[in-house]
Write a new protein. Structure first.
Lengths: 444, 444
C-alpha cells in the first residue's frame, strides 16, 4: 500500500495564488485573471442564497443536526483574532444587522478599507493574489479571506505580546488548488504550543468529503461526479505551559460548492471554546459572557443554541466527558442571508482576543505544583483523544490526499500523558473539574 | 447526548464467570452449568469448520484482504507470553502439525495438563469458572482461554523479573457478558508503561461489529438481527523508558459466531510487532528470525505473508510511515482446521518472550541523551496517532458500549510529544529510522 499523502514543501516566498473561487466568475471583469481556470461559470446569474436541503437552508434545521461537525474540505486550518485594542468590544455592540439592514453595505466598506493597506499587517501575503482580491473586493470569498488573515495577524500579535516569543510563519501551497499560512510558536515563555492557521483551498470535492456533507443532510448534485468547491478558514489551538491558563480553540470557516446546474451552495461554520485544567468560575463566566454578548447582537437564540451544540460536539464519548467547558459551535449557517451571517462570523472572530487574553494575563504569574502540571498533562491526553478520535476536521484532513498534515496536527499539545486508571481524589480540584466535564454547566 | 459508555467497577475478587461460549453447549454434560444462558444450541451437531466466505474460508483469501485488521468484538484486550525458560524454543521445533497430524491430540493433552494446577500460575483466577473449564477441557474456547491466561502470566513474570516492579492486577466484569484481567505496571525502573490484558467476552454482536466483519468479506446471517458471539484474546503493549529498548506489541485472539441456522464460524487472529526508536539491525534480525522460525513450523508461507500483512496494517497513512519495523500480523485464520490453527497461535504466543526479552536485556544499561529521549517522545506521538486513528481494535472498542476504556487505552504510552515540523537532520540516526519506516525492509 503506497502512501497517498503528499507532503508539500513549505514556501516562505511571496508567491500568491490566483484564487478560483466560485463567485469570482460572476463579478470579475475578465477571465484573463483566471489562468488555467478549472472553474467555469455555468449559470449566467450567480445566486447568493444557499441551495441547501432543509437542514442546510434553515438555521433551526441546521441546529437540529446532532454533533454534525462540519469542517470544510481542507480547512485543516486556522489562526485568528482581532486584538481587543484594534476591535474594541464597543464596536460589536453597535452592529445590529438584523434591524439595520440598510447600514450593511456602508459598514462593510468602512470595515474593509483598502485591501493593499490591510494586507500590510498580515503574517504573510494572502493566499490569493492581492490584485485579484482588489478586483473582487465585494465578493464574499474576498471579504472572508481578508477577515481570516486579519484574525490570524491580530491573534498572533496579541499572543506574541504576552509571550515575548515570535511565531514561525510557513506559507504552503496545495497541489490540488490553494494553500495556507501556518503560524506556530513552540516552547515559548507562556505558550507550550500555539498554532494559528489560515487556509484557502479549492478544487473538486473528494468522494469522502461529499459523503460526509450528505450525511449532514446536504443535497449535492455533481456533474460527472464532480463538485467544485472553495473553502477557507482560520483556526487556532493554544496550549499554555501554566496549568492555570486554559487551552483555547477557535475556528471560523466559509464554504462554497457548485452543483451540476451551476447553482451554488454556501455556508459558514465555526466556534470558540475553552479547555481549562482547573475550574475558575470567574474565567468561565467571562468567556461565555463575552461570547453571549457577541451572539446576542445577531440573534437571541444564537448563544443558547450554539452553546448547547458546542457541548454536544466537543464530547469525548468513550470517557463520558466534554473536552472542556465549551463556548459556541455552529455549522451550515446560511440564513437569513450571506451578509448577515458574515457579520455574525466577524463578530465572533473579533471576540476571540477579548474572550481569551484577559484570562491569560490574569493567570500569567500563578504558581503551580508538579501535581498540577501532571493533571494538565493527563487532560492534554484527553485533548489528543478527542482530536484524533472524534474531531471531524482532523479526521477529514487526515483522510484527504494533499492535506498538510503538520497544519492539521498542529492542534496537538507539545506533551501529553496517559496514566492507567487515573482517578482524582474526591473533593479535590481535579475531581471538581471532572464533575463539570461530566455535567456541562450554564455559565451565564 | 448522554454517554453510552458504562464504566465498570474493577473487582479483584475471585469471582468467576460461567462462560457461555458457543461450542460449550455441544459438549457440556448438562445445561445446569449455564445459568440464565443466553446461548442456545440450535443445531444438533457443532461444526468446527468455519462457515465463512471465500475470504474467510481460505487462508490465501484471508491474506488477500487489505489491511483488514480484525480485532474481536471487545478484544480490548491483551497480555501475554511464555517465558523462554518454561517454553524453550526447542519445543516449537518439534511441533510440525501439518506433517504430524496423528500426534495432535496426544500433544495437546501433554501441553495442557491439569486445569487447576495450571491456573495456580495465572495472574488471577480465569474469567470462566474453573469447574466449567475442567468440564470443557477439550473445547477450543477452553484451550484458548488457558493459553491466553498462561501467556499473560509468563510475560508479566518475565517483565517483572527484568524491571523489579510489580504488575497491578485488575479483574473486571463486562455487564453484557464475560470480563477480563488487566495487568499494568506503570513508571517502573525499566518500563514506563507495560500493559498485559486478557479478555473473554460473549453476547450479541453489535450492529457496528457485524458491519465491520462483513466489510472484511464475512457472510453473517443473524436470527432476528442477533448474532451471538464469543471472543477472547490476550494483548500487550510495552513502552520502556530507555529509548534504546524498543516498544513491543502483540495480540492473539479467537472468535466464534453463531448464525441463525445454528452453524458456527470461528477464526483466529493475532501478531507480534516491534517499534524501536532507533534501528539496531541485530535486534531487528533477531526479532524477525524468531518469528519466522515459529511460523515456518506451520507453513512456509506464513512468515512472508504475515510479515507483509503486518507492514500493511501498522501503517500511519497520513505520515506515510509504518508504526515500527513490523513482525507478523494475521486475521480470519481458519484453515486447515481448528487444531492446526490453534497450534500455530500457540507457537506464536510462546515466541513473544524469546523475541523480546533478549533485546530488553541487551540494552538495559545503554546510556542515552536528552535528544534521544526527545526523539523517543516524538515516536510515541506517532504511536498514539496510529492507535487512535487507525487501529481497528481501539476504534471498535471505543465505539462499543460496555468496553473497558482503561484496558483499551492501556496501549497508549505514559508520555508523548508532538513537535511541529519535526524533521531529523540528514544522515542522523533519527533519519535512518524514518527511512526504514518509509520503506519497510526484509530483516531475515
Amino acid at each position: 500500500m503506497a502512501s497517498t499523502i503528499v507532503f508539500f514543501s513549505v514556501k516562505k516566498t511571496a508567491q500568491t495564488t490566483t484564487r478560483r473561487c466560485l463567485k469570482g466568475l460572476a463579478h470579475s471583469p475578465s477571465v484573463s485573471l483566471l489562468p488555467g481556470g478549472r472553474w467555469s461559470s455555468r449559470g449566467t446569474g450567480v445566486r447568493f442564497m444557499s441551495q441547501g436541503t432543509a437542514a442546510g437552508r434553515s438555521r433551526r434545521g441546521a441546529l437540529a443536526l446532532s454533533a454534525a461537525a462540519a469542517v470544510t474540505a481542507a480547512t485543516a486550518v486556522a489562526g485568528f483574532l482581532a486584538n481587543a485594542d484594534h476591535f474594541p468590544r464597543a464596536e460589536m455592540a453597535t452592529s445590529v444587522p438584523q434591524t439595520a439592514e440598510e447600514k450593511k453595505n456602508k459598514k462593510d466598506d468602512e470595515d474593509e478599507g483598502d485591501i493593499v493597506e490591510r494586507c500590510r499587517d498580515f503574517m504573510s501575503v494572502p493566499v490569493t493574489d492581492i490584485k485579484v482580491l482588489q478586483e473582487r473586493k465585494q465578493e464574499m470569498s474576498t471579504k472572508m479571506e481578508m477577515l481570516i488573515m486579519e484574525t490570524q495577524a491580530e491573534f498572533c500579535k496579541a499572543l506574541q505580546e504576552v509571550d515575548g516569543g515570535t511565531f514561525k510563519v510557513d506559507r504552503w501551497d496545495r497541489k490540488e488548488g490553494g494553500g495556507g499560512i501556518s503560524c506556530v510558536m513552540q516552547d515559548g515563555k507562556v505558550f507550550e504550543k500555539a498554532g494559528v492557521n489560515v487556509s484557502v483551498v479549492f478544487g473538486n470535492l473528494t468522494e469522502e468529503a461529499a459523503k460526509q456533507m450528505r450525511s449532514r443532510g446536504k443535497v449535492l448534485k455533481g456533474k460527472d461526479g464532480k463538485l467544485p468547491f472553495c473553502a477557507m478558514g482560520v483556526s487556532s489551538v493554544i496550549h499554555p505551559k501554566n496549568p492555570h491558563i486554559p487551552t483555547v480553540h477557535f475556528n471560523y470557516r466559509y464554504f462554497e460548492i457548485e452543483e451540476a446546474d451551476g447553482t451554488k451552495q454556501w455556508w459558514f461554520g465555526g466556534g470558540t471554546d475553552l479547555t481549562p485544567v482547573y475550574i475558575d468560575k470567574e474565567d468561565a463566566h467571562h468567556f461565555h459572557k463575552t461570547l453571549k454578548e457577541a451572539c446576542d447582537q445577531h440573534h437571541p437564540q444564537y448563544y443558547p443554541d450554539f452553546k448547547k451544540w458546542c457541548d454536544r460536539y466537543f464530547f469525548v464519548r468513550h470517557r463520558g466527558e466534554t473536552r472542556g467547558i465549551g463556548g459556541i459551535f455552529f455549522d451550515d449557517l446560511d440564513s437569513p442571508n450571506q451578509e448577515q451571517v458574515f457579520k455574525f462570523v466577524k463578530s465572533c472572530a473579533r471576540t476571540v482576543v477579548p474572550c481569551y487574553l484577559p484570562i491569560v494575563y490574569k493567570h500569567l504569574s500563578d504558581s503551580f505544583t508538579a501535581e498540577e502540571k501532571d493533571w494538565q498533562q493527563v487532560r492534554r491526553g484527553r485533548y489528543v483523544e478527542f482530536n484524533l478520535v472524534y474531531d471531524r476536521g482532523v479526521k477529514f484532513g487526515l483522510a484527504t490526499p494533499g492535506s498538510r498534515i503538520e497544519s492539521i496536527l498542529m492542534s496537538l499539545p507539545l506533551t501529553a500523558r496517559w496514566e492507567y486508571m487515573h482517578e482524582p481524589p474526591k473533593g479535590s480540584r481535579e475531581a471538581e473539574m471532572l464533575e463539570v466535564l461530566r455535567n456541562p454547566k450554564e455559565w451565564v
